[in-house]
Design a protein around this ligand. Structure first.
Ligand SMILES: Nc1ncnc2c1ncn2[C@@H]1O[C@H](COP(=O)(O)OP(=O)(O)OP(=O)(O)O)[C@@H](O)[C@H]1O
Ligand SMILES: [Mg+2]
Length: 292
């Protein structure tokens, strides 16, 4: 059955059928992006998936694309009583695989809080987050840590680099923790785009803010995560560097069919997204598709 997956083209966006449709079609194919060895396939015998999709008119019927992220009634409060802050207030939305979403909103509106909850690094007061169908907060800490490492690349607003590790070690850490080998070609590509080739042995405190930001981007992309969550990834960069980093994220989004959520104050970046979400006082007040 793995033959079906093998026949998927590099640029083939359609890699999964949703479970309800599976009943209709007698076929179910689940492919966890960036984790091909975990492919679970129960598809139509003998048919290539592409042929299968065309024959059944699945694209026309709008069955694709496939949902990668589902957020249900997410709420996060800090403190209690008079000092309680509802940083996030009943936020729900869905994102399909391969989408590029920009999240905008005023300072303090809850954007970073939302991203941390989507990335599984903070726990909600209530509500749920599903990534590729997995209920993030139903997992225990160690299960969540492994899931996060394999499926999610988080670029923090304030970098969160490990101070005692050098640039190379910080970037390759997610792979090393997982006992996986470094793909040297991909590493070289990332280092090149991030202009970090001549800083590999430097520690974070020997780097500029922009360089630290670029290291955190490298660390988030190195394991080809299904979901890339970036909190102001170009906030500390000049316009040339900023444009290059955005190109890298967009290229990675296309090449690995990654889903990209970027928090930004930069209107130019927001305008390049497929969809823009606006957060105000912890609520999702606008969610607009600007490009199909
Ligand atoms: N650990 C915390 N303890 C208490 N309050 C917090 C904590 N983290 C965030 N908040 C509050 O939650 C609200 C949302 O903060 P958040 O960091 O999500 O905003 P943001 O939209 O990312 O802002 P910015 O654009 O300035 O980064 C703010 O009012 C903030 O003061
Ligand atoms: Mg923030």
């Amino acid at each position: 059955m793995h033959g079906c997956a093998a026949r998927l083209g590099e640029n083939e966006k359609v890699t999964a059928l949703s479970a309800p449709e599976a009943g209709v079609l007698g076929a179910l194919l689940l492919r966890i992006p960036g984790n091909s060895d975990k492919t679970v396939i129960n598809a139509v015998t003998g048919a290539s998936l592409k042929g299968f999709i065309i024959n059944h008119g699945l694209k026309e019927r709008g069955i694709f694309p496939v949902e990668i992220l589902r957020v249900e009634h997410l709420t996060k409060s800090y403190g209690s009583g008079e000092t309680e802050v509802k940083a996030l207030n009943d936020v729900s939305f869905r994102v399909n695989r391969g989408e590029f979403v920009a999240i905008v909103g005023a300072s303090g509106s809850g954007k970073s809080t939302l991203l941390h909850l989507l990335g599984g690094v903070d726990r909600p007061t209530s509500g749920k987050v599903f990534v590729g169908g997995t209920d993030l907060y139903a997992m225990n800490e160690s299960q969540l840590a492994v899931f996060r490492r394999r499926q999610i690349g988080l670029i923090y607003q304030f970098y969160n680099l490990i101070p005692v590790l050098n640039v190379l070690e910080n970037i390759t850490l997610p792979l090393l923790l997982d006992g996986r080998k470094v793909n040297h070609q991909q590493l070289a590509e990332i280092l090149d785009t991030l202009s970090l080739q001549n800083r590999l042995k430097h520690l974070p405190n020997q780097l500029s803010g922009g360089q630290q930001q670029r290291v955190s981007i490298g660390r988030a992309l190195i394991n080809n995560p299904a979901l890339v969550l970036a909190d102001e990834p170009t906030g500390n960069l000049d316009s040339k560097n900023s444009a290059e980093i955005l190109e890298l994220l967009k290229m990675s989004n296309r090449k690995y069919d990654q889903t990209l959520l970027i928090i930004t104050h930069d209107e130019d970046i927001a305008l390049q997204a497929d969809r823009v979400m606006v957060i105000e006082d912890g609520r999702l007040i606008k969610d607009e598709v600007i490009r199909k």
